[in-house]
Design a protein around this ligand. Structure first.
Ligand code: ADE
Ligand code: ZN
Length: 328
């Protein structure tokens, strides 16, 4: 389903780095990262926590704004080839200048420059969501939020939290989220991937996000599923990521179908596509096979995603026309 126009809301920029791109940077910088890769060149990790380590080690090759400019172009080229017309990407000042506001602005300038070029050349629109990283702790999250507040606007439009859901609690990050919200940023939070319904509830009630990254383990508590449906909270579901990391064995066993049928606003994204051997086109193909979903279901999911996108109304209308033209 490469040609269907798609909206992607949940994509970690470093996690979208092709392994060959990271190997190339490592070579240029004389870094030995051979332990991060399988003999076939793919990323090597054993479980989610090992994945986080490999992710951070791969990211250590990205050391300058120019590295991020090249990365952004490479990622958007792959997204556009999969039919993505609008994407939101998670950006971490932790990795882009060590949370120094001045350095972060230089990285952001380079990323935006690449995004502008991709929009002109490939017709894909990108917006940024700044994320703090849960296992880096609340102090670093505060500094990240200050970077976010300083660059909030029509391009940096959201704030979120990623990382290891098993450490600390959403309420430990309240200062960072309040700071981001006061700067006008819209809120999403990873929860319900490695934590169960209690983790989704904590994120929902303590951070009041419009969207939840993953959220899928809400399925273990149907009262919570109904609450998500009633609140209209949008789930950024990444089925291929969940299957690759072993939360569910197959797409068919994944709860996205049940959540959709029960009225939850679900959307589809890839999370960290090369790590999980996936693309947006593959996600659609696998979902279509698993749940017998046709183009009209995917059109609904894309409309839900566009309605939940953190962009301004002009951008939304422009992208809506592209979806409508394809569905006509
Ligand atoms: N960072 C990158 N990918 C992630 C995921 N799937 N969960 C939490 N943090 C992440
Ligand atoms: Zn994620």
């Amino acid at each position: 389903m490469k040609s269907m126009p798609k909206i992607e809301l949940h994509l970690h920029l470093e996690g979208a780095a092709p392994p060959a791109f990271i190997r190339g940077l490592a070579q240029e910088k004389h870094m030995d990262l051979s332990g991060l890769f399988n003999p076939d060149g793919s990323y090597r990790f054993t479980d989610f926590w090992d994945f986080l380590k490999v992710y951070e080690a791969a990211t250590s090759t990205l050391q300058t704004p120019e590295d991020y400019r090249r990365l952004t172009l490479a990622v958007l080229e792959e997204s556009a080839a999969n039919g993505v017309v609008y994407s939101e990407t998670f950006l971490s000042p932790d990795f882009c200048g060590g949370r120094d506001v001045g350095a972060w602005k230089e990285y952001l300038h380079a990323i935006r420059d690449a995004a502008d070029q991709a929009e002109r050349q490939m017709g894909i629109t990108l917006r940024g969501i700044i994320t703090c990283i849960r296992h880096f702790g609340p102090d670093k999250a505060r500094e990240t939020a200050v970077c976010a507040a300083e660059t909030a606007g029509d391009w940096i439009t959201g704030f979120g939290i990623a990382g290891d859901e098993k450490v600390l609690q959403p309420k430990d990050f309240l200062w960072a989220f309040d700071c981001a919200r006061e700067a006008g940023l819209r809120i999403t939070a990873h929860a319900g991937e490695w934590g169960g319904p209690e983790s989704v509830r904590a994120a929902l009630h303590d951070l009041n996000p419009e969207r939840i990254g993953h959220g899928v383990r809400a399925i273990e508590d149907l009262a919570l599923v109904d609450e998500l449906a009633e609140r209209g909270t949008v789930l950024e579901v990444c089925p291929g990521s969940n299957v690759a990391l072993g939360i569910w064995p197959t797409f068919r066993a994944h709860p996205i179908g049940k959540l959709f049928d029960r009225g939850v606003k679900v959307t589809v994204s890839t999370d960290d596509p090369p790590f999980f051997h996936t693309t947006m086109a593959r996600e659609y193909d696998m979902l279509s096979d698993a749940f017998d979903w046709d183009d009209s279901v995917f059109a609904t999911l894309n409309r839900t995603a566009l309605d939940a996108a953190f962009c301004d109304t002009d951008t939304r209308s422009k992208i809506a026309k592209r979806l409508e033209a394809a569905n006509a």
